[in-house]
Design a protein around this ligand. Structure first.
Ligand code: PLP
Length: 475
């Protein structure tokens, strides 16, 4: 074999291609507004454009760049378009992309402190910063009994919280012997589907998940929660876990954490708080009411990858007492043993999550926070909320439209008075324009339009234009 032969990309070529890719992305940012927001392809269309077999010999880099334009872009739904008002945002930013690139370049797998001390320590430090930035409770600091870990998604955080809660209430017996089928969990009818998924995966069983009724604002009713707990206790069940939501996916409802937390304390239940999108609002002191009562929570998460300009994936998860989490998730085989772990002086984040391996996600969050500063992040969050609130006012003033739910932050749920079909048609027409992408929900069984403002590049003119398009599409 010819030992001098190599197929690798040399550092010199990497430098050249890297510049091309960054240029391509900068061009993308400049032109994304002109691309149809919602991909206009049929199922299978993108695959049909790809060669059937992988190449036997390597291809020139130019061919890959060309296919990005010709094959990939037509199949992209442009989450980074200023006309993206669907779901909740997954916004991105220059510093975040660059931080992620550095993480890829370093190629670190940070399962243990030893496998890259900086990967752990930057994460711990940044998560402590975020506690201060959002004014979260002191126990979430790594310097107290709790601490934070960056997960991939809010779904993973909910699962980790469920498993930690399960082990706390059964003193480790469930982890050893499996569930006895008596544990019951609670969340509202409006909670995200990830809670149900977590309940399934954690072996609690969906039959043991109670979906608690909500009030007229779609927020969990504490009296209904307590009644459900009492009913379960009376039939020999073991209530152990409540997930409350700050900013539900359908309508941005804020569950009353204080009342829910007091119930959890009274009955000894773990309280998890899912603030996936809306948690970012707490950057602004005037919006911290959304977290009133959070000091009663055992765990909390929000997604910087939704509204804090940090590329997917980046979920920030904290626990008030890390021992429950670590006890639930720690398995130490011989091949991972090392002196630092045994000294007890370090955090090994593999014990705080489901997978063993970890990407260096903290880099992108660190870059974002340092680039914008708290001031910059607050500025843009306030701006998004102001835009959504203008839209809310236009809806309220329009005789043929109505608000479908309170709009406390950056999501507006609204509908045309013409009924479900009229609203479905409006949605189809507006999305078919290619300039905007909105999605819907059902509230009290009625088809409801949602306008979610949070994309990095969205400005007043885009919100104006989407309202005009909606009015034009209305019967
Ligand atoms: N929780 C809420 C309230 C959400 O809105 C979402 C997603 O929109 C999730 C959880 C799930 O987020 P992830 O994709 O990070 O699991």
């Amino acid at each position: 074999m010819d030992e001098t032969k190599s197929f690798h990309m040399t550092p010199e070529e990497f430098r050249k291609r890297g510049r091309q890719v960054v240029d391509w992305l900068a061009d993308y940012m400049e032109r994304v507004e002109s691309l149809p927001v919602l991909a206009r392809v049929e199922p299978g269309e993108i695959r049909a454009r790809l060669p059937k077999a992988p190449p036997e010999t390597g291809e020139p880099f130019e061919a890959m760049l060309r296919d990005l334009d010709q094959i990939v872009l037509p199949g992209i739904t442009h989450w980074q378009s200023p006309g993206f008002f669907a779901y909740f945002p997954a916004n991105a930013s220059g510093p975040s992309i660059l931080g992620d690139l550095v993480a890829s370049g370093l190629g670190v797998q940070g399962m243990l402190w030893q496998t890259s001390p900086a990967c752990t320590e930057v994460a711990t430090h940044v998560m402590d910063w975020v506690v201060r930035m959002l004014d979260l409770p002191e126990p979430f600091l790594s310097t107290s009994n709790g601490g934070g870990v960056i997960q991939d998604t809010a779904s993973s955080s909910a699962l980790c919280a469920l498993v930690a809660a399960r082990e706390r209430v059964t003193n480790g017996a469930t982890g050893r012997e499996g569930s006895d089928g008596r544990l019951t969990a609670y969340t509202s009818t409006q909670a995200h589907s990830s809670i149900e998924k977590g309940v399934r995966i954690a072996g609690i069983g969906v039959a043991n998940l109670r979906l608690v009724d909500v009030d007229e604002r779609y927020a969990m009713r504490p009296d209904a929660l307590e009644a459900a707990i009492e009913r379960d206790l009376a039939t020999g069940r073991r209530p152990f876990f409540v997930s409350a939501t700050v900013g539900t996916t359908s309508s941005n409802a804020i569950d009353p954490l204080r009342s829910i937390g007091e119930i959890c304390r009274r009955y000894g239940l773990w309280l998890h708080v899912d603030a996936a999108m809306s948690g970012t609002a707490a950057l602004c002191p005037e919006l911290r009411w959304i977290h009133d009562g959070l000091e009663l929570a055992d765990s909390y998460c929000f997604n910087p990858h939704k509204w804090m300009f940090t590329n997917f994936d980046c979920d920030a998860f904290w626990v008030a007492d890390r021992s429950s989490l670590v006890r639930a998730l720690s398995v130490l085989p011989e091949y991972l043993r090392n002196r630092a772990t045994e000294s007890g002086a370090v955090i090994d984040y593999r014990d705080w999550q489901v997978p063993l391996g970890r990407r260096f996600r903290a880099l992108k969050l660190w870059f974002v926070i340092r680039h914008y500063g708290i001031e910059g992040l607050r500025h843009h969050v306030r701006r998004h909320i102001a835009l959504a609130q203008s839209f809310r006012e236009w809806v309220e003033r329009a005789p043929r439209f109505e608000l479908a739910a309170p709009a406390p932050l950056n999501l507006v749920c609204f509908r045309h008075l013409g009924g479900d079909e009229a609203n479905e048609r409006i949605l189809e027409t507006v999305n078919a324009s290619g300039r905007f992408f909105l999605t819907h929900t059902k509230l009290d069984g009625r088809f409801t339009l949602r306008l979610s403002v949070g994309q990095t590049w969205t400005e007043e003119r885009h919100v104006h234009a989407v309202w005009e398009a909606i009015c034009r599409a209305a019967p």
